[in-house]
Each structure stands twice: as C-alpha cells, then as structure tokens.
Design a protein around this ligand. Sequence first.
Ligand SMILES: *Cc1c(COP(=O)(O)O)cnc(C)c1O
Length: 356
Amino acid sequence: MKKHNFGAGPSILPQEVFEQSAQACVDYNGIGLSILEISHRSKEFLDILDETISLTKELLNIPQGYQVLLVQGGGNMQFDMVPYNILNENETADFVETDLWSVRAEEEARLYGKTNIVASSKEANFNFIPKNFTVDEDAAYLHLTSNNTIYGTEFLEDKTYPVPVVCDMSSDIFSRPVDISKYHLIYAGAQKNLGCSGITLVIIKDAWLGRSNRPKSKMWDYSIYAKNNSLYNTPPVFTIYTCLLTLRWLKKLGGLAEMEKRNIAKSTLLYKEIDRNTLFKGHAVPEDRSRMNINFIAHNPEHETAFLEFVKKYNIHGIKGYRTVGGFRASCYNAMPIEGVQILVNAMQEFEKVNS
Ligand SMILES: *Cc1c(COP(=O)(O)O)cnc(C)c1O
C-alpha cells in the first residue's frame, strides 16, 4: 500500500507523475524506445524541454526579460554559481539568515566577494523571519531563502528592496503565485515541489547575464546555458521529464492560485491541530509559519519516539524532524493531498487519547 509521504526531499510527487514517468522508462509515447535511451538532441526531447520551459514561464507568469535555465548540481551549487556569476571581488552581497541553507549560501559567497549578514534568526533556532532589517544600498544584491525547509518558516510576500534580490526558492517554488518582477534571480532545486532530483531551475534577468567580470568556465557560466537553451552538455533527461509531468499536473489543477488555496487549507488544518493538541507544540512563531514544512515537537520527550512508532499503523512516512531540530516535520508539498494531512491529524488525536 502506498504510504503518506511527509518527507522533506526528495519528496512526494503526484501519483500520475510516478506512473507516467515509469511508463516512459519502458516505452516513451509508444515510439519503441525508453526515455532513458533517446538523444537529448532528438525531436522528442527537444519538445519535452520546450514545453517544460514554456509551462514554467506560464505558471509562474514570468515577465519578458528573464531567462529560464536548467542547471545540474542542486541548490548547493547555486550557492557558488550565483556569486561567481554576479558578485565582483570588491562588491558586497547582503544575506538574511533564516536557515542552514542561507548560512551555507553566505559561506560560499565569501569565496567570490564580500558578504554581510543583515539579519538572522539563528539565535532563536531559526523560529522566525527577521523583519525591519536594513539593506546596504551599495550591496550588489540581497540574498533570501523564501522557505526554511528545516525549521519551517516562510517569507510569504514578495517585497521591494533597495537592491536586486536573489532568492533560493528550493522548497516553496510553485506553491503560490510569485511576483517574479521583484527578483533578479531565483533558483530552486527540483526535488521538493517540481520533479525528481537532478536539476535546478534558475530564473535570471537578462541584464544580469555576464554581470561579474571574472573569466568564467563554461559549465559555470549562466550565459552559456542561456545561449544554448540549457543544452551545452547532456542534461538529466529523465529528471526534466518528471518536471514536465508535474507542471502539466499543476496546470490541469488550476495553476498556482489553486495550489496556494490548497496549501493554505492543508497547513491550516495541521497547525490548528498542533495548537489544539495538549501533547504537541509548534516550533515557528505563528506569523511566520511555513505552509510547506510544518515543524512541531512533543512537550514530553518520551512521546517523541513513541509518536514516530505510533504513526506507522497509519502508513505515515517521513515525519521525523531534521537532526538539528528533533521533533517532527510534516512536509506538505503540492502533491500531498489534504486527505493525507487529515490522516496525520487523526493520528495525533488518537495519540492524545491513548497518552493522556
Ligand atoms: C533542499 C534545499 C537546498 C539544497 O538542495 P540540494 O539540491 O540538495 O543541493 C537548498 N536550499 C533549500 C531552501 C532547500 O530546501
């Protein structure tokens, strides 16, 4: 029986994406060849790539003047590729530290230029999103992490800042409509809300291509990806196909406005239970709670392993919290249906009855 997968990533995808991509491994569209054995320059794959890029533009409502690139190496490689392509040695990039991923991004950026942490919630174990911080007007850019995958906080507004904004949207891209025009560069690893692991979506303003003046190696240069339609070398063909199938599913369901509605309904349901249940409490402060990664802990430490054991009979998978936080984390990405969240809520209520 299929489990209710609350894992943080690689994570749940729509069931039809699993089925269609599995079928494509055997025989892609009835052509007598597997998707795994066709050329990345074949008509079949070029169509997949074109539709992936055009659906990305359509669903995110990307304005003119941006490139959509597909790059390997995950979110972590963007921690380097962004400053390498954008930041000059004598310039400063500002960072808001809202989780361990932003900490890593800032550390890597130091290899290429100067950095400045303008706000951080580190001292509070990343349980809130800093507000009212001051950005240095001379900074080359401000780096944000829109969703804190590990501790469960989220920036839910696309604000205007005095400098260009770079945003790591790895764990909440496609979960709500985004005002792309507020950003110069967005990056997001596929494996949380878009497809299987292997590709990172990069959305960059044309004007920013080639911004930094260092000589660049080809595989690290956004301009090369832009010039070659992300086909300078062999891309992960199968990963891109899973992204396309997920994007088609998103469009069929009504796009990002509909996703946002569903994500609000799911997260509200679960947070309500966390706040009501006498055995659990939430980690993040209520006003900054993430809709994607919902962290909670047990008041009684003994209930921690007990609850993980208890949920097994509900077929619930992947709710153990990240190793540095403990407790529980229920990731409720787009593909998690509200019925799955309801089962977790039922398990929490039953656990309360048995244990109080
Ligand atoms: C998962 C995640 C990453 C790391 O992605 P990799 O693809 O494993 O390198 C970076 N940033 C955020 C916000 C994430 O959730």
